[in-house]
Design a binder for this molecule. Structure first.
Ligand code: SAH
Ligand code: SF4
Length: 361
């Protein structure tokens, strides 16, 4: 099968087969890639418009009870200082986000399951809602929790939740996590989030050791099957203080980056109306990563608004960008970058997933 036939199918809005998706992810032909990205961008314009939404992200704590083999803030990494922002500091950053018209906020951190933690987040969400007149949208990304906790945080005012499945291939998932990390539970959590009423997002890492292009195709089919509203995916990036780093011989930045873009494009082409983030990991591999992500079909970017004094200790992977830029510098820089590619920024809007809104009708 040649790529021309695949491109023609995309142009005619015909659904690609799994095999065609795989070929799309595998191609390295630059001319073909340009066409694929252009088509993905056309589909973004059709389903989303020429808008990009900002989600200010606060990485509020690197204390984590888990030990994912790829992650720099895993419990087993003894070489970092652990921190947790105070309630007041988080609320202050959230108010900054609101006043700067970002429309919504993501609160992300290590995974902790405890009554204290559940109450802490609940209080923070309630305070942010009160102090922004209910106008700032809140997304949480705080890992696996019980249905009761998801419900409490939803009632408090969070309306979106991100929980990456990391890989939809259970065997690969097992290789990336210690034995007590449970794929079935993660999947249950994802389904529970949807049931609770959250706009639910998931995602995977691309270019993981042992991952095939077929795995990534299955990831896309998984997103469709689980009827996901949002996607946050990024290329895997080595963190030297992690066990998985030992399995990576020659980390090819450019290849990982392209794979990241291809996966965004493939998801936009196949799933059409979901929100797709151009993850910070893209920018870590290429200074223009986020704009190129948008031009490959993404419609969400997540400027880091965490106080700079905390950022150095929230490194999930090596080479994380913007460690020493303050939030207003991030805002100006990002705005210029996005507007340069002829997109407008949906300031002050929540930018909900069209896929989710359609289901509500
Ligand atoms: N603890 C929460 C949220 C923080 S981690 C959770 O795990 O759900 C957020 C995401 O960072 C993870 O889902 C993972 O996909 C990504 N991540 C972790 N280590 C990474 C690495 N080395 N390269 C790229 N992404 C990574
Ligand atoms: Fe913790 Fe999330 Fe990192 Fe896993 S990926 S170690 S849960 S912060």
């Amino acid at each position: 099968m040649d790529m021309k036939k695949i491109i023609d199918k995309i142009k005619n809005d015909l659904k690609l087969s799994a095999d065609e998706l795989r070929l799309l992810l595998e191609t390295e032909d630059e001319v073909v890639l340009e066409q694929i990205f252009a088509e993905a961008y056309r589909i973004k314009l059709k389903y989303i418009g020429n808008k990009v939404y900002f989600r200010g992200i606060i990485e509020f704590s690197n204390i984590c009870a888990k030990d994912c083999l790829y992650c720099g803030i895993r419990k087993g990494n003894k070489n970092i200082d652990r921190f947790k922002m105070t309630e007041d500091d988080i609320v202050k950053d959230a108010v900054w986000t609101y006043e700067n018209d970002y429309g919504s906020l993501v609160i992300q951190g290590g995974e902790i399951e405890s009554p204290e933690h559940a109450s802490f987040i609940e209080r923070v969400v309630k305070r942010i809602k009160t102090e922004t007149d209910g106008k700032l949208g809140i997304t949480l990304s705080l890992g696996e929790q019980t249905p009761e906790v998801y419900q409490r945080w939803f009632t408090a005012g969070a309306h979106r939740y991100l929980l990456r499945i990391e890989s939809s291939n259970e065997e690969l998932y097992k290789k990336l996590h210690p034995a007590d990390h449970n794929f079935a539970r993660r999947l249950d959590c994802l389904r529970e989030l949807k049931k609770t009423g959250y706009q639910t997002g998931t995602g995977v890492m691309m270019g993981l050791p042992g991952q095939t292009s077929e795995d990534m195709v299955n990831d896309i089919l998984f997103f469709e099957r689980e009827d996901m509203d949002m996607l946050g995916m990024g290329p895997y990036i080595v963190h030297n203080e992690t066990p998985l780093a030992k399995e990576v011989k020659d980390f090819d930045k450019e290849k990982q980056f392209m794979l990241g873009l291809k996966m965004i494009a493939a998801c936009r082409i196949y799933l059409k109306d979901v929100n797709i983030a151009a993850a910070t990991a893209l920018q870590a591999l290429n200074p223009q990563g986020r704009e190129l992500g948008v031009q490959a079909g993404a419609n969400i970017v997540m400027p880091n608004i965490t106080d700079t004094k905390y950022r150095a200790n929230y490194q999930l992977y090596d080479g994380k960008p913007c460690l020493d830029e303050n939030s207003s510098m991030c805002k100006g820089c990002l705005q210029r970058r996005i507007e340069k590619v002829n997109e407008t920024i949906g300031f002050g809007e929540w930018g909900d997933s069209p896929h989710f809104l359609k289901k509500k009708k």
